[in-house]
Design a protein. Structure first.
Length: 203
């Protein structure tokens, strides 16, 4: 598994991940692995995925084609991005998408977090997404990271500090999370201010 965390504060969004890979009880530390990253950059968005390492390879390959739609600016846009991707992932990447007997929809097999100038998000396997105000975490060390980030959020000055605290806690207590960490930050876009004309229309 993995631990991926995101946070936003004081005009910055940040995403971080550990770099440990596990094959059952075998631990592959970053000192042994060249392609140890769990975060991909898709245009201006950083996406970190948990689970099998194949998911990140597939996602990078899919979005390497510039003609394929990609929009991570809202929860609705993320849903549409992966809705469009689902057919190609099945037909060209042989994704096992069959739903379990209790599932209502096929899965896209991606679960992770994203950060860009519009904010921080969780991406779920049914193509839905959630946007967060402060922070979130995913993966096997999620609970430790969430507790640590909650405890320090008000005291930390930057999103990167919060992310680092979450990863340190996960690495301390989760056997599938390990150092070093990979961390990326991006400035948040300023909220669009309504024009005087638009304000008059609302009146």
């Amino acid at each position: 598994m993995s631990t991926i965390v995101v946070a936003q504060k004081n005009g910055m969004a940040c995403i971080g991940a550990d770099t440990l890979s596990c094959l059952g009880s075998l631990r592959q530390k970053a000192t042994h692995v060249v392609n140890k990253t769990k975060i991909a950059k898709i245009d201006d968005t950083y996406v970190g995925l948990t689970g099998t390492s194949a998911s990140l390879v597939v996602m990078r390959s899919y979005f390497a084609n510039p003609e394929r739609p990609r929009d991570f600016s809202s929860t609705e846009a993320i849903f549409e991005t992966f809705r469009h991707a689902h057919y190609v992932l099945k037909s060209e990447y042989f994704m096992a998408a069959g739903p379990d007997k209790d599932d209502e929809y096929e899965t896209t097999q991606f679960y992770g977090l994203a950060a860009n100038q519009s904010g921080i998000y969780a991406i779920y396997s049914f193509r839905s997404a959630q946007q967060f105000h402060r922070f979130w975490a995913a993966g096997s060390g999620r609970d430790y990271a969430l507790g640590a980030m909650q405890a320090v959020f008000d005291q930390c000055a930057t999103a990167e500090e919060i992310v680092r605290v979450g990863l340190v806690a996960a690495a301390e207590f989760d056997s599938a999370t390990g150092t070093p960490f990979e961390i990326h930050s991006v400035p948040l876009a300023e909220p669009v201010k309504a024009t005087k004309k638009a304000a008059k229309k609302r009146k």
